[in-house]
Design a protein around this ligand. Structure first.
Ligand code: MTE
Ligand code: MO
Length: 477
């Protein structure tokens, strides 16, 4: 019987065995998973748990919390930890690995939604500038920040469709290719999800406000130049190649269509700088993909492998999480039938609302600039569209949508082939004409605009929330 194989094991045995065979604990049970590792759907990341507890990983990769996964593991049970080694019936905490040991310290101004993994948005008080400073740029990590060792040892592997591989160090990338800089906005597909929850129904996922978005200057080399060097002039890839897959050091992965990667005006970068500085650890140091105009989930941080394929990335972040479904579809949709999110729809938000009154010297200056005679309300915010589609208009209502005005679109210097950066806007209206509720909506160059309410584009994942934002006539922040 199985029980006869189950031995009493000491914690020291666990470490000793780490080299020849792969043992892990779950709770106080010990499993020898050596034979199973090659078939792990998540790949080699499982080796991180070798010689220790898988509990902290299963907490992060919640996909494991299912009976059929427990059943697989039970087949490999070989023992239980000797009670002499337990404290209060549990493996002592110093023997439980901390996957987040390499996570950096973060700016206290970030609004934290979850600590481990770190998910934190830019507060509205820091969303007022065209360039979002690195320290307060939103952080969206599904896992931990990987421990990379020395940057000299870092390499990027490109795998062509025929299976041949080519490796590049960071220095190779800098030496062999032209450097390019683009100004591009990254927006999480969950930005403003809390507004969908508040205005329609509960959605699954982190309840972001308006700050899961930011704009930066990204510097690096063009993906299409690297692909060409690795073997394919990009206008000439085998016709079977439909997708470019990106994998990262910590196990994240995603892909984009080859058409975007190959596009001379697509500006997809392998970036090593953000706003003129080395990428910060949270934003992908030493190398990240930057896919301007697409959902930020495709801008893979800590990228170390690029694969040309006839298929999308097999990761759950490509095949499941970043998709939208009909308002009627529940939490068990036909995942494969839904399309992965790539280009973003039109978006806008109000990030500041304040009184401009003759009582304040600063505001008096504003009143002079705008020729205002009366105390007024000043609103500012962002507008953005995917695919490099420029914002052509931002409409503001000061009476909850009954009548409309146009905001002033602010000029800013940008780099890149298309409108990859958000457009800041400003709007001023005398108090006598301002009602209780302001509304904002934007229009892009294809005359796409935002839905007026939330239920029609409700999806249970709360992705791509873009309904007209309404705010009360009260100071923000
Ligand atoms: N890349 C890796 N390796 N791991 C991740 O968790 N998150 C993605 C994307 N790239 C992620 C990643 C998602 S969903 C978003 S929104 C952006 O990174 C966030 O980028 P930022 O943290 O630099 O703002
Ligand atoms: Mo995201």
């Amino acid at each position: 019987s199985m029980l006869s194989r189950v031995q009493n094991l000491r914690l020291v045995d666990l470490y000793r065995h780490g080299s020849e065979s792969i043992w892990v604990t779950k709770g106080t049970n010990v499993y020898d998973i050596t034979e199973w590792v090659p078939s792990h759907p998540g790949g080699e990341v499982i080796l991180r748990a070798a010689g220790g507890s898988i509990d902290p990983y299963w907490k992060i990769f919640s996909i494991h919390q299912k009976q059929d996964v427990y059943d697989i593991l039970e087949q490999y049970l070989i023992g239980t930890i000797d009670p002499k080694d337990l404290v209060d019936g549990q493996v002592p905490s110093e023997h439980v690995p901390n996957p987040f040991a390499s996570d950096p310290e973060r700016d206290p101004r970030l609004r934290v939604h979850s600590e481990r993994p770190c998910n934190a948005e830019t507060p509205v008080s820091e969303l007022g500038t065209f360039i979002t400073p690195n320290d307060v740029f939103y952080v969206r990590n599904h896992l931990w920040v990987p421990d990379l060792g020395k940057p000299e040892d870092y390499s990027l592997t490109v795998e062509l469709y025929d299976g041949t591989e080519k490796k590049y160090t960071l220095q190779d990338l800098r030496d062999k290719f032209h450097e390019h800089t683009i100004t591009a906005t990254l927006q999480c597909s969950g930005n403003r999800r809390s507004h969908m929850t508040a205005n329609a129904r509960m959605t699954n996922g982190l309840q972001w406000e308006v700050g899961a978005i930011g704009n930066a200057e990204w510097t690096g080399v063009r993906l299409r130049d690297v692909l060409a060097d690795a073997g394919h002039a990009v206008d000439d890839v085998p016709k079977e190649v439909k997708h470019v897959q990106f994998s990262a050091v910590e196990a994240y992965g995603a892909s984009i269509p080859i058409a975007k990667a190959a596009d001379r005006f697509g500006d997809v970068l392998l970036a090593y700088k953000m706003n003129g500085e080395a990428l910060p650890p949270d934003h992908g140091f030493p190398l990240r993909v930057l896919v301007p105009g697409n959902v930020a989930a495709r801008s893979v941080k800590w990228v170390n492998k690029i694969t040309l394929s006839d298929e999308e990335s097999p990761s759950q972040w490509q095949r499941r999480d970043y998709k939208c479904f009909g308002p009627n579809e529940g939490p068990n949709p036909n995942w494969d039938a839904a399309r992965s999110i790539q280009e973003m729809p039109v978006q806008s938000a109000i990030t500041s609302l304040r009184q401009v009154s003759s009582h304040s010297p600063q505001a008096r200056k504003w009143m002079h600039v705008y020729g205002l005679e009366e105390d007024s309300v000043l609103l500012e915010g962002y507008s953005f569209s995917g695919g490099g589609r420029e914002i052509v208009r931002v409409d503001i209502s000061a009476d909850d949508g009954r009548s409309w005005h146009q905001a002033e679109l602010l000029e800013a210097e940008t780099k890149g082939s298309k409108a990859w950066a958000w457009r800041r806007w400003r709007f001023i209206i005398p108090n006598s004409q301002a009602g209780k509720v302001f509304v904002v909506k934007a229009v892009d160059e294809a005359y796409n605009t935002q839905p007026d309410s939330y239920e029609p584009h409700f999806n249970f994942r709360g992705n791509l929330t873009s309904g007209w934002q309404r705010v009360e006539n009260k100071p923000i922040p």
